[in-house]
Ligand binder design. Structure first.
Ligand code: C5P
Length: 249
């Protein structure tokens, strides 16, 4: 895996700031992850002709459509079909919404994009904004987060997904359970000095080098890179390289 592809930039900014930040960072990361901004980017294109999608691709980054689909199987298959003209290289679906749903999305992706050209299909496990207390007592899901993520990863693999999103704390277990080819993608990443002061919504956090050392393939970083710009991107890659060394040692 190329070093560049190990970092996904979460483009979580107001739409008017997006062109500038893509200009600065877009060429330096492997992935640009778009959620709410994906929708706004169409309005921007229609109203002002500014094409964020082309800007991202021209700088060599791939687009990850992060809409975390969760619905009945046929509707999720419909989302996959509807995304065929968007030039995306990754989409994701909630593993909690069943193997049948993920299978329906993956089947439609193979049909629509072709088995060799399809975007990566990634499952979402327990969100990193949820800790064990919330999972057990609010959502009523018993067990540890690790056990639940393990089950969801096995299900995602059975359904034909290419990998799963989890916190760094489950990364090693997922690799052991599902094999090295099954991708682990990890958000809730902060630089060390931000862990306590800048967690925001996140509950199950980690730093870049530890996440990579634990087995994560791709790190997702939003706020830290938005705040720190090019310097923060360079630091993230340096820490990723450290993590790879630690993993190999
Ligand atoms: O700012 P921060 O680095 O915390 O941004 C994390 C990004 O990762 C957000 O875009 C959020 O939607 C996404 N995310 C995710 N899966 C999770 C938690 C966060 O894709 N489990």
């Amino acid at each position: 895996m190329k070093l560049k592809d190990r970092l996904a930039f979460a483009l979580d900014v107001p739409i008017e700031k997006a062109p500038d930040i893509i200009e600065k960072i877009g060429g330096r990361v492997g992935w640009v992850k778009m959620n709410f901004i994906f929708l706004e980017a169409y309005v921007l294109l229609a109203e002002s002709g500014i094409d964020l999608f082309s800007m991202i691709r021209e700088r060599g980054a791939k687009i990850w459509l992060d809409l975390k689909w969760s619905d009945i199987p046929n509707t999720v298959a419909g989302y996959v079909l509807a995304s065929r003209g968007l030039g995306i290289s990754m989409f994701n679906m909630h593993a909690l919404s069943t193997i049948e749903m993920m299978k329906a999305g993956n089947k439609r992706a193979r049909e629509v994009f072709g088995p060799d050209n399809r975007p990566l299909s990634i499952a979402i496990s327990i969100l990193t904004s949820i800790d064990q207390d919330k999972m057990n007592n609010e959502l009523g899901i018993p067990g540890t987060v690790t056990d639940v993520v393990k089950r969801l990863a096995i299900n995602a693999k059975k359904a034909g997904c290419d990998g799963i999103v989890s916190s760094m704390h489950e990364a090693g277990m997922i690799k052991k359970t599902c094999g090295d080819d099954f991708k682990v993608i990890t958000p809730a990443i902060r630089f060390l000095e931000e862990l306590k002061t800048d967690a925001r919504d996140q509950k199950r956090l980690g730093i870049p080098s530890n996440a990579i050392a634990a087995g994560s393939d791709i790190l997702v970083m939003g706020s830290s890179l938005i705040k720190g710009g090019v310097e923060a991107v360079e630091r993230a890659y340096a820490e990723i390289e450290d993590g790879l060394k630690k993993r190999a040692a």
